[in-house]
Design a protein around this ligand. Structure first.
Ligand SMILES: [Cu+2]
Length: 223
């Protein structure tokens, strides 16, 4: 082997080690042995638009990495509402094997809201998440098409009404499959017409059309 090809192989080895450490996709498993955390970044939940006095659909999360982009577990993160009211739960969490720490954020009665994620390791940055809120709607309209519901995900305030309007060429139905029980009554199997559900129990309800695989939607009932 010539000196040149040896150098090339050594370079390739460095690349393979870097890839095994997770690279941009993270990782934190296998041959990647994390060192001290030197990086902290938002990994989910920022910039959500939701409704006053309700928990955001997605958790807020941050990810800790070492200098080689290897995920670092065990990093303590403190979550606090910086402005706008509401609350977080838990107020403190610790990064898991994937380097991720998260919390559930509820918006309060004002908008926008900001939440700070402050790591216990003071050399890491404090990160700020923002969310905006609107008043929950008392009604929602969903179109029944071939073969999908539009919008697929709808939200109403507790006691509000969802109305589906059929407008396709094929027969469809609204059949509840998940969410708080008892489920609301199912809608008819029909080609034209309308159907409504008035729901008071807070939660997210899943429904689908039994005629068409993958034709599904959700109704979130808000506080
Ligand atoms: Cu259908």
């Amino acid at each position: 082997m010539t000196p040149v090809s040896s150098i090339r192989l050594a370079g390739l080895g460095v690349l393979l080690v870097a890839a095994a450490c997770g690279g941009s996709s993270g990782g934190g498993t296998g041959p990647c042995t994390p060192g001290a955390a030197t990086q902290l970044a938002k990994s989910g939940g920022d910039g959500q638009a939701w409704y006053f006095n309700n928990p955001l659909p997605a958790a807020l999360s941050v990810k800790a990495l070492d200098a080689n982009n290897c995920a670092v577990p065990g990093v303590v993160v403190n979550w606090t509402v910086a402005s706008g009211g509401g609350g977080v739960s838990p107020a403190q969490s610790t990064t898991n094997a994937s380097g991720v720490a998260s919390t559930t954020d509820s918006i309060g009665g004002s908008t926008p809201q900001s939440v700070s994620a402050t790591p216990a390791i003071t050399t890491l940055p404090t990160l700020t998440f923002s969310a905006t809120a609107a008043a929950p709607p008392t009604s929602a309209a969903v179109d029944v098409k071939d073969n999908f519901f539009s919008p697929q995900n709808a939200a109403i305030k507790t006691g509000g009404t969802v109305t589906w309007t059929w407008g396709g060429a094929a027969a469809h139905n609204v059949t509840y499959t998940g969410g708080p029980t008892p489920h609301p009554a199912d809608g008819p199997n029909q080609i034209t017409g309308m159907f409504s559900s008035t729901i008071t129990a807070v939660g997210t309800y899943d429904y689908h059309c039994t005629n068409h695989a993958g034709m599904s939607g959700t109704i979130t009932v808000l506080r």
